[in-house]
Each structure stands twice: as structure tokens, then as C-alpha cells.
Design a protein around this ligand. Structure first.
Ligand SMILES: *[C@@H]1O[C@H](CO)[C@@H](O)[C@H](O)[C@H]1NC(C)=O
Ligand SMILES: *[C@@H]1O[C@H](CO)[C@@H](O)[C@H](O)[C@H]1NC(C)=O
Ligand SMILES: *[C@@H]1O[C@H](CO)[C@@H](O)[C@H](O)[C@H]1NC(C)=O
Length: 769
């Protein structure tokens, strides 16, 4: 403080403000740049005032500011005026230029005041600043070049040259900036359009506005200028592709999406909103396809048929809200699918052919398929188990022909299924069945069920008796199969066929015309013919063998002894005959055969029962015991001969037996025949007796011989035993069947000799082998 008072001796004395006003006589101006470091030297006051350094402190020099701020201090040792703190011109003066700080230097004793001015000069310490960092401008895209748009200016706290000098903009593709001066020297920017804008190309521009001040180096400030280019309808809708091609299967369901057309409009809003429509009002197209006016989708709304229309060409218009439009073409190809079955058209057809016809065309037909490609290629077939073949004829024509002659009798009707299929996927096929009937030709003769028929007829039949039926069948049909029967001329011309049998021409029934007699005709053969009514007729024949069956219609007939005899036969038996002496043998025949001819003999009545016996099976009459003197001379035996028929028939025979005393005894004629035999020659009688005896002996030996032979033969043939079947041929019977011959291989023949007045009977036996 003391130093200060030394330097400013007068200052203390003139603290009165009154004095101050009077002593401000001279003014010095100092200069200092703002922002100079504190402590920096401004000026040497001591020298400027003209005082010594000591005087300053002695006179107590001090600095007084107008604004009570101590911007400076006075170094009393050196007399230098030094900056107390950094000075900011902008704070001190704002935009006022020049910026002057006024201060006084006060000296006491004597009071002196010196006025000073400090000029604070500007340095470029502030950058231009835009009040808004972002500016938005909306500009119609059709704005003409040269149009000016004012922009907000930036501010720079610096003054003078350090203030904003220039505005620029970048990128400057469409604009440049003009820097304008306002009346107060403020500079503001104006945006000038250089080149027409295109929203579609660049809907928004981002520009940087740069404000440059004039400092060295210059400082800059920036702001963003957003330019919104406003749309005008300056673009027509444009299709992405001028030509669309699409393929669609013809069986695609309704509503299927075929293709989506798309047009772009570079404009926005209603200017860019695209509506699609058909270009021409073609009814066929608008009934087949639906176009979504917003999305551009094309869909089917009616079934497609490749066979009718193979492709469509659609012109489609796209219009925007303001009436501009574009056009494209859509070609829709319908892809064939196999949706048509092949068709068969019969051109000619024969439904019936004769069975023996050679290769014949039955049918001629054509096939077609409305599909295309593989879907329309066809092949044709029939089943394999029929004797027919298909032959390709002209294009798509086929012939169905027989493979050869047919046989109606093995198959009379054919169902031929013609299958036509195409090669598409899936395969479609059509079938056509034709029925061919094979008509009959008379190629089969009637055929008898048997080649030989054996018919049996019991004799004594009633006339016109149905004796059997022959039948023949014919495999043909109709009249060709109608069989008529007839009798053919017999091989044996003697056979009175016409009177024996007849045949029903229609049904083959055979009738015996008259009563047949087994004994007269045991069998005969007839040839029957069967003919059909074809043209020419065919025929065949069969043999009918008719066997007449025996009936027991003949009673046994006694051959020996003769019974109608006017001269009854008398057997002589010597009294000396031993028991079993063969008196005689009753010989009988039966016209029937078989059982009906099996005879048995039976002694029915005798004068003296027990003296004679009859052997049932051979009719031998023998003595049963020794004869005695008491026995009567004459005996009468009644022998019954019976056959084995059903019912049996019989005959009886009466035997006269005369007992004689040796053969020397004279023959005694019976009373009833005495008259006839009276004239008999005794020699003849002896001859007869001798013959009879010899015959009887011979007969016995022959019987024995034959029996031995028979047994040997049948033994050799059958291995033993006698050939007579036990059940069939009872031992007590003798079979004499067959035209009066005796069975068992021997036969009696009766010869009747007549001599003068007498009949002689003798029996001669002939052995058969
Ligand atoms: C402003 O800046 C532009 C480009 O930077 C320049 O061409 C022009 O001369 C400057 N104008 C002034 C007044 O400095
Ligand atoms: C042929 O077809 C008809 C009718 O379907 C049938 O009655 C007949 O039996 C068939 N014929 C043959 C030989 O299959
Ligand atoms: C006795 O019968 C036989 C044969 O039937 C016959 O030939 C003969 O004439 C008959 N005799 C008399 C006398 O009737």
C-alpha cells in the first residue's frame, strides 16, 4: 500500500468525483486483441504520463474502470499496465464495433486524472452457428430451374471480417447458394435451383449448408438442408415385363392363380397407385379369367379346354390414379392333360357269321382321341382268348377279322371287347364290346347214343308194344339238329322186317308190330338210321338187336311113348329082372327154352305102387324091387312130365307094362289092342324086343360114356366138378330146351317106323361131342 501511495501521490487527494470531471483533459487509446493471456503487457503508463516509476507510487496512481471491473492492474514497480484476466470482446461489447473499454488513471497530490481508452480488437474465435441444425424444404419436382428459396442464415459472434462472409452448399448437384447481404450487413443464404428435380430419381436430397466466416483461418458452421421433392404425376405405370408367358394345365381348378402381372409407377400416392384392367373388352377372356385390379393376379374362373382353345393372349392395362396407363401382353398356354378318353366309332359290324366261313372281317371301326401328344396316341387291343385279330387298316382304322373258320358247336357266341387306350398319364381307355354269334352250318351228323342197342321182348307180346327207344343227337342247331329216325333195309332180305317192328320217326321209339314167338324167332337185327333236316342232310345208323325172351307157353311134349297112339306101346319086363331093371325111358321135349324147358318126371299113379319108380331127372322107369310070382301081369303107370316154368306146364303119359317070364314067353297083346296086334308077325315082335333091349343097353352105356366125357371136359375147362350149375339146374330135372333137342350134348331122335298094321317105335341115340 505504501508503494501504491508513493506511485499515485495525487490519487489519494482527489478521491472526490467532482474533481475528476475537470481534469480529463487528454485521452490516450490503447489497443489489445481479445483473448490475450493475463499478465500481458498493454502499455507503460509511467512513460505515457511522463512520471517516474517512483512518482507513480508516491502519488498513489490507481486505475478506475467504468464498469467496476478490474480488467487491468498497474504495476507500480514498472509502471506497466498489465491485463488482469482474458478479455472476451464478444462479452464486453457484443456486436458493437469498435469495442472500447474506458478507464482513468487517478494520481493524488496533486490530483490528476488521465483518461484512457482500450480498444479490444476482435479475433476469429467464434464459428458461424445456424440456429437450426436442420432445415426442411418441400419443392415440387416440376419446379423450374432458377427458382430461389431463402434459407435461414447462420450467426457468428465475431464481427467484421470474422463474421460470416460466404455460404456454400454441397453436394451441389441440383442447387447452388447465393450469399446475400441484408441491409444491416448481415449475410443470408439463398438456395437457387439449377437443375430440375425428379422425385422418382431422388425423392429426397440432403444438402449441407456451410457458412464460412472471413477469419484466417476461416471458421465454418453447417446445417443440414433436407429437400423433399414433391411428386407430380409425371410417370405412367410401367409393367415389369412387357410380355408374360404362363402355362396352365387345362384341368386346373377354378380360382387357380395363373400369373401375377405387376406394373410400377414411379410416382407416389394416387399418382403411383396402379389399377389393372383388361385392355379390350373381349368377352371370352373376361369370362375365362379374372384380373384382380389391385394385385394384378390373373385367375381362372371358367374351366379351360385345351381341345377348344390352346392359348389366350390377354392385353392388360395398368392405370394410375391420374389417368396415365401402360400395357402388357400375357400369353397363357393351356397345357393339355389327358382328359379325353379315346373314342371308338364303329363303321360297320357283322353280328353273325356262318361257322365255316374263312377269314372274315367282322367289324371296321375308327378310333380317335381329342388330346394331343402322348395323350392322344392310342393303341387298340382285344382279349386274347378269342379267335379274332385286329388289323390296322387306314389311319386310325382297324379291322376285326376272324382267325379262321369257327366252330359253332364249341362256342356259339363271342363277346369281343375292344380296348382303346391312350399313352397319356394317367392312361385313359374306352371299351367296346361286340357280340358275334356264329350261325350254324350242318356240319355234324346225328350221333346215336350207342352204336348197338340190345332190346329184349318177351314173346307173346301184345301187338304195337313199345319195345325200346333209340336216340341220336345232333350238335348242330335248328333244322340241322332235328333228327328223324327210320328203319333201314335189313341185311337179311328174308327178314320180314316191315311186319316185325316200326319206329317213330320223331322220337326213335321202336314198336313190335305183332306178337313174337320165341320158338319161331329168337332174335333179329334191325338197322336204324337217323338223319337231320339240314341241307344237305347228314345221317348215321345204329344196329338194334332184338332178343325175344322165352315164355312158358309150351307144355312138355312126350315123344316116347307116343300118346295119341291108336296103338299104345307096351313094355315087357321079365319076371326075373333084378331090382333097378330099366323098363323104359319116357322121352319128352319142351318147345320153350331155359327153365321153361327143364323137365322133371314123376310117377303119378301105378297099378301096384312101389313096384316101379321113375327117375325124376331123366324119365327112366325102373323096377323098384325083385318081381315075384304074385305080381300082376299087367301094370299101368301114369307118369307126369312137368316143366320148370312159371307157372309150370305139364303133360302126362300112360305106360303099359307086361311082366313076362323070360323073353321066350309069347307076347300077349293087351285086350284093348288085341285086335290091332292080332295080325302082328311074331318075328317082328322078337325083332322089336331084341332091338329094344339092345337099345336100352346101348343107351345106358352111351349115357355112362357121355357123362364121363362131359365131366372130363368141363373139368379140364373149369378145373373140376361137373359143369351143371347147382343152383340153376336142379338135379331132378332134365333140360330139353331148344327145338326139341335134349341138352347135355346128346339128343334123342325118334324114328317112327310104320309097318303094315303096326307102328314100331324105337329110340336111337346119337352121341355128340
Ligand atoms: C464465397 O465462396 C465461394 C466458393 O467457396 C467463392 O467462389 C466466392 O468467391 C466467395 N465469395 C466471397 C464474397 O468471398
Ligand atoms: C356275352 O355277353 C352277354 C351279355 O352280357 C352275356 O349274356 C353272354 O353270356 C356273354 N357271352 C359270352 C360267350 O361270354
Ligand atoms: C299121333 O301123334 C303123332 C305126332 O303128333 C302123329 O304124327 C300121328 O299121326 C298121330 N297118330 C294118330 C293115330 O293120331
Amino acid at each position: 500500500m505504501e508503494a501504491e501511495e508513493e506511485r499515485f501521490p495525487r490519487l489519494r487527494q482527489v478521491l472526490l468525483f467532482v474533481l475528476l470531471a475537470h481534469s480529463c483533459a487528454e485521452q490516450e487509446v490503447y489497443r489489445i486483441a481479445e483473448e490475450t493471456e493475463s499478465g500481458s503487457f498493454v502499455a507503460n503508463l509511467a512513460k505515457d504520463i511522463g512520471l517516474g516509476v517512483k512518482e507513480l507510487s508516491w502519488r498513489r496512481a490507481r486505475i478506475i474502470f467504468n464498469d467496476d471491473k478490474k480488467h487491468f492492474q498497474l504495476n507500480l514497480q514498472t509502471g506497466d499496465l498489465q491485463i488482469n484476466e482474458k478479455l472476451d470482446r464478444e462479452e464486453l461489447c457484443g456486436s458493437t464495433e469498435p469495442c472500447v473499454l474506458q478507464f482513468q488513471v487517478l494520481l493524488e497530490e496533486p490530483l490528476e486524472v488521465y483518461r484512457y481508452k482500450l480498444l479490444v480488437s476482435d479475433i476469429n474465435d467464434n464459428s458461424p452457428v445456424f440456429p437450426e441444425s436442420e432445415m426442411i424444404l418441400k419443392i415440387m419436382e416440376n419446379t423450374l430451374p432458377g427458382t430461389v428459396f431463402p434459407l435461414k442464415n447462420a450467426q457468428d459472434l465475431d464481427v467484421g471480417i470474422n463474421n460470416i462472409q460466404n455460404y456454400t452448399i454441397y453436394p451441389n448437384s441440383h442447387f447452388h447458394v447465393l450469399t446475400r447481404n441484408s441491409g444491416e450487413g448481415r449475410k443470408y443464404p439463398e438456395l437457387v435451383l439449377d437443375k430440375a428435380l425428379d422425385r422418382e430419381e431422388q425423392p429426397e436430397l440432403r444438402l449441407t449448408l456451410l457458412a464460412v466466416d472471413g477469419g484466417v483461418p476461416p471458421k465454418t458452421g453447417t446445417a443440414l438442408v433436407l429437400i423433399d421433392v414433391l411428386d407430380i404425376n409425371d410417370n405412367a405405370p410401367e409393367f415389369v415385363q412387357p410380355l408374360y408367358r404362363a402355362q396352365i394345365l387345362e384341368n386346373s381348378p377354378l380360382g387357380s392363380l395363373i400369373v401375377t402381372v405387376s406394373a410400377r409407377d414411379l410416382d407416389t400416392g394416387t399418382n403411383g397407385k396402379v389399377f389393372y384392367s383388361f385392355f379390350y373388352g373381349d368377352e371370352e377372356i373376361s369370362r375365362t379369367f379374372a384380373l384382380n385390379e389391385l394385385t394384378g393376379e390373373i385367375k381362372i374362373i371358367r374351366e379351360l379346354d385345351f381341345e377348344k382353345i390352346m392359348s389366350y393372349e390377354l392385353d392388360i392395362k395398368a392405370s394410375d390414379g391420374a389417368g396415365l396407363s401402360g400395357k402388357c401382353t400375357v400369353i397363357i398356354e393351356v397345357v393339355d392333360i389327358n382328359d379325353n378318353t379315346p373314342e371308338l366309332t364303329m363303321a360297320s359290324l357283322i353280328s353273325s357269321i356262318p361257322e365255316n366261313s374263312p377269314e372274315t372281317t367282322i367289324a371296321l371301326f375308327s378310333i380317335q382321341d381329342r388330346d394331343s401328344g402322348e395323350n392322344g396316341r392310342m393303341f387298340c387291343s382285344i382279349q386274347e382268348d378269342v379267335p379274332f385279330t385286329l388289323k390296322p387298316s387306314l389311319e386310325n382304322f382297324y379291322k376285326l377279322v376272324t382267325e379262321g373258320a369257327l366252330d359253332r358247336e364249341s362256342q356259339a357266341e363271342y363277346n369281343i371287347t375292344i380296348t382303346v387306350s391312350d399313352l397319356g398319364t394317367p392312361r385313359l381307355q374306352t371299351q367296346h364290346t361286340i357280340t358275334v354269334t356264329v350261325s350254324d352250318v350242318n356240319d355234324n351228323a346225328p350221333a346215336f347214343s350207342q352204336t348197338t342197342y340190345t332190346l329184349r321182348v318177351r314173346e307173346n307180346n301184345s301187338p304195337a308194344l313199345h319195345i325200346g327207344t333209340v336216340s341220336a343227337t345232333d350238335r348242330d342247331a335248328g333244322a340241322n339238329a332235328q333228327v328223324t329216325y327210320s328203319l333201314l333195309p335189313p341185311r337179311d332180305p328174308q327178314l320180314p322186317l316191315a311186319s316185325l317192328v316200326s319206329i317213330n320217326a320223331d322220337n326213335g321209339q321202336l314198336f313190335a308190330l305183332r306178337s313174337l314167338d320165341y320158338e319161331a324167332l329168337q332174335a333179329f337185327e334191325v338197322r336204324v338210321g337217323a338223319a337231320d333236316r339240314g341241307s344237305p342232310a347228314l345221317s348215321s345208323q345204329a344196329l338194334v338187336r332184338v332178343l325175344v325172351l322165352d315164355d312158358n307157353d309150351n307144355a312138355p311134349f312126350v315123344l316116347y311113348p307116343l300118346q295119341n297112339g291108336s296103338a299104345p306101346c307096351t313094355e315087357l319086363v321079365p319076371r326075373a329082372a333084378e331090382a333097378g331093371y330099366l323098363v323104359t325111358k319116357v322121352v319128352a321135349v319142351d318147345g320153350d327154352s331155359g327153365q321153361n324147358a327143364w323137365l322133371s318126371f314123376q310117377l303119378l299113379k301105378a297099378t301096384e305102387p312101389g313096384l316101379f319108380g321113375v327117375w325124376a331127372h331123366n324119365g327112366e322107369v325102373r323096377t323098384a324091387r325083385l318081381l315075384s310070382e304074385r305080381d300082376a301081369v299087367r301094370h299101368r303107370l301114369l307118369v307126369l312130365v312137368k316143366d320148370n316154368g312159371e307157372p309150370p306146364l305139364s303133360a302126362s303119359v300112360t305106360l303099359h307094362v307086361l311082366l313076362v317070364d323070360g323073353f321066350s314067353q309069347p307076347y300077349l297083346p293087351l285086350p284093348d289092342v288085341a285086335a290091332a296086334e292080332a295080325r302082328a308077325d311074331p318075328l317082328t315082335v322078337y325083332l322089336v324086343i331084341a332091338l329094344a333091349s339092345v337099345s336100352s343097353l346101348f343107351l345106358c352105356s352111351a349115357l355112362a360114356f357121355v357123362a364121363v366125357r362131359l365131366c372130363r371136359r368141363s373139368g379140364a375147362a373149369s378145373g373140376g366138378g361137373c359143369a351143371v350149375p347147382e343152383g340153376h339146374f336142379p338135379g331132378h330135372l332134365v333140360d330139353v330146351s331148344g327145338a326139341g333137342t335134349l341138352s347135355q350134348s346128346y339128343q334123342y331122335e325118334v324114328y317112327r317106323e310104320e309097318s303094315g298094321t303096326k307102328e314100331f317105335k324105337f329110340l336111337k341115340s346119337v352121341a355128340f361131342t
